[in-house]
Design a protein around this ligand. Structure first.
Ligand SMILES: C[S@@+](CC[C@H](N)C(=O)[O-])C[C@H]1O[C@@H](n2cnc3c(N)ncnc32)[C@H](O)[C@@H]1O
Length: 614
């Protein structure tokens, strides 16, 4: 049935099919009625398996059907003549050519014999056979083309040869065609194409239609050497741009460091000997868990405050000296002056966080037991801002959640108390301050005492700057430490402390090594409360945070006695504690936690802390 449809379409649109006359169809072909009658007959014959015929009285006669001109190609030719000539037996009827392998066959003028495509077109245009020289020339050209075919690319849009170009190959040699001849040839091509589209007989090995050209099987790579091998056939084609991007990642060859991605099964792996030796001797440099450096704190759950800055009453120094020195109200209150509103203008010295006046020569180092640490490569003065501790500002609840999910398998924690109810999380985003390790406040051994402390300063717009400050003069190359005042958080296990302090608490998770045994009363610390002042009330012991700065406000600083430590230590004087205590180092473990009262050394330390608070 499909063939019938094709025939009808061909007839109605452009060309008629040259076929065998039948007694019924040979009547009245010149009128539309006659044609439709023929068509009916044709369809019936096609169904019956016969050849199809549209008889015409003369070659190139015209019929008018549904207002369109229809070209009838030639006279009726007996079917037996056509069918009996198998393609393999055909030979070009031009005595000068006699080719057996043209790209297409054409009828000769009589309609009984066959000509190759080029000779057929030539004789129609000129009325005589194609000369021998022309035939030989085009054959030689064709031969050359096939022999060089390795370097040739398939020609997609082959231009039609110009009419005056009568030489050329068998495929495209149209000769000097007149417009009528062109029209004629168009009809002929249709016929030949439809004939060629029928499957060729198996024994027709020489037929040019069945012959594969060398480039037919060639596949071209357009996106990388291994793209064919790596092509992910399971992924459907999508128009979505993002999906396409993903697909292109799969398709392209992956770099060598994506080995884990490429390897689908586990395999034994042997390190190169030099790396193996370095690894065994623990000489390989490890890298800290990656994090992103950020220029300011990120407020995950709320908006950043935008309050009116508090302006100090300092006067601009007449001699051009430093403004906002020790007596500046803002400085006393742990406020940073506003760069726009401060009366001292550019001379204001109370903008260290905003102007990023910090120590830049810092280095991350690996420590034996505490993971990574931070050290200074230059000497640092006492009271100098070393680095700002930045991170994501999150609520306690979120911090707890992160502990249980995001940081579940992490050994180190990077939480630091921000303000009431909020935590600074430097785990994923922060600064190098996150590497500063803990050390216990020590009265005995100067070398092991923490050399830094935390201070929180109020920014002009109302948020906090959390900074690590030098508690004393620090020599170049010294590791930076401060007392975390660590407290257990989210049910986490208490961590052993590996600070080299001789009277270490043993555990990082409690202030006295046995927090549960003796629970100090909650202490409220009041801070002079002007508008926008730092947190007015802080619980000193039970804050459910992993880390807490030593000196959060001036009052807090004095309550922990940190100023006094530094005073003592900067003198090198250890007068307040008997130095003989240092001879009995006490390291507690989670299982054996000495009570404060049973350990005279810790008792002395607590007493001292109490004295300092007084
Ligand atoms: C803020 S991080 C310090 C940087 C951390 N050492 C690192 O490698 O990323 C705090 C963590 O360091 C470790 N740490 C710091 N001081 C320590 C100490 N004195 N003893 C044992 N571990 C310590 C603890 O695991 C703690 O949770």
């Amino acid at each position: 049935m499909g063939k019938i449809k094709v025939l009808l379409t061909q007839y109605n649109t452009r060309s008629a099919r040259r076929t065998i006359p039948t007694p019924e169809s040979s009547s009245q072909p010149d009128t539309p009625e006659g044609v439709s009658q023929i068509m009916n007959t044709t369809v019936q014959q096609a169904v019956a398996g016969n050849s199809i015929a549209i008889p015409t009285p003369e070659p190139s006669a015209q019929l008018n059907l549904t207002g369109k001109n229809i070209h009838i190609v030639s006279n009726v030719v007996p079917t037996s003549t056509i069918i009996s000539t198998a393609i393999s037996d055909r030979i070009c009827g031009n005595p000068n050519c006699q080719t057996r392998e043209p790209s297409a066959w054409r009828r000769d003028l009589a309609g009984t014999g066959w000509l190759c495509n080029a000779c057929g077109l030539f004789i129609r245009a000129r009325g005589f056979h194609r000369p021998k020289e022309v035939c030989l020339a085009s054959a030689a050209k064709l031969l050359a083309m096939y022999s060089n075919s390795q370097s040739m690319k398939p020609q997609k849009n082959v231009k039609r040869r110009r009419p005056q170009d009568d030489g050329g190959d068998h495929d495209n040699d149209n000769g000097a065609l007149t417009s009528a001849a062109q029209e004629q040839s168009r009809v002929d091509e249709d016929i030949v194409t439809s004939e060629a589209s029928t499957p060729a007989p198996m024994n027709d090995v020489n037929s040019s239609k069945t012959e594969k050209r060398p480039w037919d099987k060639k596949s071209y790579l357009n996106c990388g050497l291994y793209s064919v091998d790596l092509k992910h056939k399971d992924i459907p084609k999508r128009r979505n741009k993002v999906k396409q991007k993903e697909r292109s990642i799969v398709n392209l060859p992956l770099p060598i460091q994506f080995g884990t991605f490429l390897m689908t099964e586990e395999r034994n792996f042997r390190l190169p000997w030099d790396i193996m030796i370095a690894h065994k001797q623990k000489m390989l440099k490890r890298r800290p868990t990656p994090y992103k450096k950020i220029p300011c704190n990120i407020f995950v759950e709320r908006r950043r405050k935008h309050e009116k800055p508090v302006v100090c009453q300092c006067a601009q120094p007449s001699d051009g000296g430093i403004g906002c020195a020790e007596e500046c109200y803002n400085r006393v209150m742990f406020y940073e002056c506003s760069s726009k509103d401060c009366p001292c203008g550019d001379n204001c010295s109370n903008q260290r966080f905003q102007k990023k006046e910090r120590v830049k020569e810092l280095e991350v180092i690996e420590t034996p037991n505490k993971g990574f640490g931070l050290r200074t490569k230059v000497p640092v003065r006492k009271g100098q801002l070393i680095i700002e501790y930045r991170g994501e500002v999150i609520s306690h609840e979120t911090a707890k959640q992160r502990m249980e999910t995001l940081y579940k398998n992490r050994r180190h924690s990077y939480f630091l108390d921000y303000e009431k109810g909020e935590v600074l999380d430097g785990g994923s985003r922060g600064t190098e301050a996150r590497f500063i390790n803990h050390s216990f406040v020590l009265f005995v051994n100067l070398s092991c005492a923490p050399n830094c402390h935390i201070e929180k300063w109020r920014a002009p717009q109302g948020e906090l700057f959390v900074g690590v400050f030098a508690s004393r003069n620090i020599a170049e190359g010294a590791e930076l430490t401060y007392d975390y005042n660590f407290s257990k958080f989210g049910g986490a296990e208490e961590q052993l402390c590996y600070c080299e302090s001789t009277i270490c608490r043993g555990l990082m998770g409690s202030k006295r090594g046995q927090k549960e045994a003796i629970k100090p009363p909650k202490k409220k610390v009041k801070v002079s409360g002007s508008k926008g002042a730092p947190a007015t009330t802080e619980t000193m012991v039970d804050t459910p945070l992993s880390q807490r700065g030593l000196s959060e406000t001036s009052d807090q600083r004095s309550s922990i006695g940190e100023e006094m430590f530094t005073g003592l230590l900067s003198d090198g004087s250890l007068s307040s504690v008997d130095s003989s205590l240092a001879a009995t180092p006490i390291k507690t473990s989670p299982s054996i936690t000495p009570s404060t009262t049973s350990n005279p050394l810790l008792f002395a330390v607590d007493m001292l802390n109490g004295l300092i608070e007084l």
